[in-house]
Ligand binder design. Structure first.
Ligand code: FAD
Length: 594
């Protein structure tokens, strides 16, 4: 979706929105840490996040890659910066075509600064001379597909500012007139350069309106995180520093913590003043750090750690091709990235109902589905690569995970147990200790408020429901006992399958079962997760493969632990169990005599 549409929607509802800017880190570890931070920050529902384009195109490939993952894996509306410095038109089009294919609809079109070591921008042969050229090119070549943002300079562009600071009225007005040309050429949003004098920003907005710029102007707020960085950045941008800020920083400049606390205070006060003037959008230059940006938003009451609301039980992708998607099989609940990658090629995504999925064309399993972030690799190695003497040791690992003693899990891409799982973790621990190795579950819910912190989704005002669900591996012997118990419990449906595809079930091969649904004011009933037997047969290959590629792979070749895991993989069944009586059912009772 275009950011401008989101901002307009929010304006209609008189809602304040905010966004976060990141830059591509220099190392692989840095990139991985950034994704973790983005995931946390994205859970606060920013209207978008943007990623910068390194000076002179130095980060082109990385910026493209990060943009793609932001949009499609972190699932946050993404705006990619694109500069024309050092960029022939073919390279610019390659970047735009790439993000278009990846379902990204937002670009921040810039001229760019000269690469390190050069002090003047040089137009490449056949390239563009300024941001305006780039805006015009995007509109001419891509029509209305992209939402285009441009940079605005409340104190005028640094080139217009004299070395002593300050800008002539003539230069300021010429800068404004040029900004209007960028908007007239097709930009629909302005994000400003950082500033620390809020009055200058407010005057800039007023002056823009006077010359007929009507699009939203989003203030770029850079929280002061550290004194030296602040001095460097404001020096580079020739930013005016009000005296009171200099005075406040001088005595604390060597105390990082005090500087950061002041930065949060100052950022909060600046935003309060901006909001009090009716401006409802804030853009935070995070410098890839989360604390100060989040603290400011918390001070403003725009976010609340305890009220992170989920639009769905799973995170909805921002990709323009998937915006209508609202149903998924429950099996990938703990492996959303894998699900996204295996469904990437779908032309349509289930909307309203899962429907007839007799032949869902899931992408083939590749190594991609088993790749882990480095930090997760470390954690899994630490927690799971322990010598196994028998299946008893396997049982202990699964049990400890449910009891919170182990934080990582080979079958999960998520960090630890989810809030709703914590409601049933003791029961799960007991089931695991009986030799049912659980990998997915949800408790029964009968009409909880949709903003409940543990099971809510879809925002306030509605009610959510779900059937108790449990998915696990167990031996044939345990499965037989379970099947026997199910005979006396008509509300329980199950599908079990082993690695070889031998199937045991009391439901038809295509009977789809909605296991989560929500009732909201003035809306049709939503049913975002289903148990679909056809998809289960696809999922089972992935689930069985994890014994080897997620866990066994942690041991050296020939290690006896590998053998134990192989035996489980080859002889156990994967079982999906639903208690359809979400009002009175007790799914866990059926394990009591096993
Ligand atoms: P332009 O739109 O070309 O304008 C720059 C200035 O030149 C204008 O303000 C105006 O004063 C003058 N000018 C240009 N053409 C004309 C004309 N025809 N008539 C009159 N005046 C003219 N840099 C990066 O390298 N990567 C990034 O990701 C990046 N992100 C940024 C994000 C924001 C929000 C901002 C504010 C800046 C960002 N920059 C980034 C820095 C930016 O590239 C520099 O400030 C650069 O010097 C100008 O870029 P621009 O798009 O504003 O340039």
């Amino acid at each position: 979706m275009k950011v401008i549409e989101k901002i307009r929607e929010a304006a209609k509802e008189d809602r304040t929105v905010f966004s976060f800017e990141f830059f591509p880190p220099k190392t692989e570890d840095g990139v991985e840490n950034l994704f973790e931070r983005m995931e946390r920050m994205a859970s606060h529902n920013p209207s978008f996040c943007d990623i910068t384009w390194g000076a002179g195109g130095s980060t082109a490939d990385l910026t493209l890659d990060i943009s793609n993952k932001m949009q499609n894996m972190i699932c946050v509306e993404t705006m990619m910066h694109l500069t024309c410095t050092n960029m022939p038109v073919e390279k610019i089009d390659h970047a735009l075509d790439t993000i278009k294919q990846n379902g990204i609809q937002n670009v921040l079109a810039l001229r760019g600064d000269p690469p390190h070591g050069q002090d003047k921008f040089v137009q490449v042969a056949g390239g563009f001379a300024c941001g305006l050229d780039l805006v015009a090119h995007i509109r001419a070549k891509y029509g209305d597909y992209f939402g285009i943002t441009v940079a605005g300079y409340p104190e005028a562009h640094p080139d217009m500012i004299s070395s002593e600071g300050g800008v002539t009225l003539e230069n300021y007005l010429s800068d404004l007139a040029y900004l209007k040309r960028k908007v007239d050429a097709g930009a629909d949003l302005i994000v400003t350069q950082l500033f620390y004098d809020t009055d200058i920003f407010l005057k800039f907005v007023h002056d823009c309106r006077q010359i007929g710029i009507t699009c939203p102007i989003v203030p770029g707020i850079m929280p002061i995180n550290n004194y030296k960085g602040f001095v460097r950045m404001t020096g580079f941008c020739k930013t005016k520093i009000p005296d009171e800020i200099t005075k406040a920083l001088e005595p604390i400049k060597d105390n990082e913590e005090a500087v950061r606390a002041y930065g949060v205070h100052l950022g909060t006060e600046m935003c309060k003043k901006i909001l009090s003037h009716g401006i409802k959008t804030l853009h935070l230059y995070t410098l890839n750090m989360e604390k100060s940006a989040l603290a400011i938003l918390m001070n403003l009451g725009l976010i609340d750690e305890s009220k992170i609301s989920r639009p769905f039980p799973w995170r909805r992708p921002a990709n323009v091709f998937r915006v209508k998607e609202d149903v998924r099989p429950i099996f990938w609940a703990n492996r959303p990235k894998s699900y996204l990658s295996r469904t990437l090629g779908w032309e349509q995504y289930p909307h309203g109902r899962w429907g007839d999925s007799c032949n869902p064309s899931y992408g083939a399993l590749t190594d991609y589905q088993f790749m882990r972030r480095r930090s997760r690799n470390k954690k899994i190695l630490e927690e799971w690569a322990v010598p196994l003497k028998s299946v008893e040791d396997v049982k202990e690992k699964f049990t400890n995970y449910c009891l919170g003693k182990v934080k990582s899990h080979p079958w999960s891409e998520l960090d630890g147990l989810q809030p709703e799982t914590l409601m049933i973790n003791e029961k799960l621990g007991q089931v695991n200790s009986k030799g049912f190795f659980t990998i997915n579950s949800q408790p029964a819910v009968n009409g909880e408020k949709s903003d409940s912190p543990s099971v809510g989704w879809g925002g306030p005002g509605g009610y959510v429901y779900q059937k108790a669900y449990l998915e696990f591996f167990c031996s044939k012997e345990k499965l037989d006992a379970l099947v026997e118990n199910c005979k006396g419990l008509p509300s329980v449906t199950y599908i079990a399958v082993n690695k070889q595809g031998e199937r045991v079930s009391n439901v038809g091969p295509i009977a789809v079962n909605a296991v989560t649904w929500g009732v909201f004011p003035a809306k049709e009933v939503l049913q975002p997760t289903v148990v679909d037997p056809v998809s289960f047969m696809v999922w089972k290959d992935e689930a069985f493969e994890i014994w080897n590629k997620g866990w066994g792979v942690l041991y050296p070749e020939g290690d006896p632990s590998k053998q134990i895991l192989n035996e489980v993989q080859n002889s156990y069944f994967l079982v999906s169990l639903v208690d359809n009586d979400y009002v009175h059912g007790d799914l866990y009772a059926m394990f009591s005599d096993i």
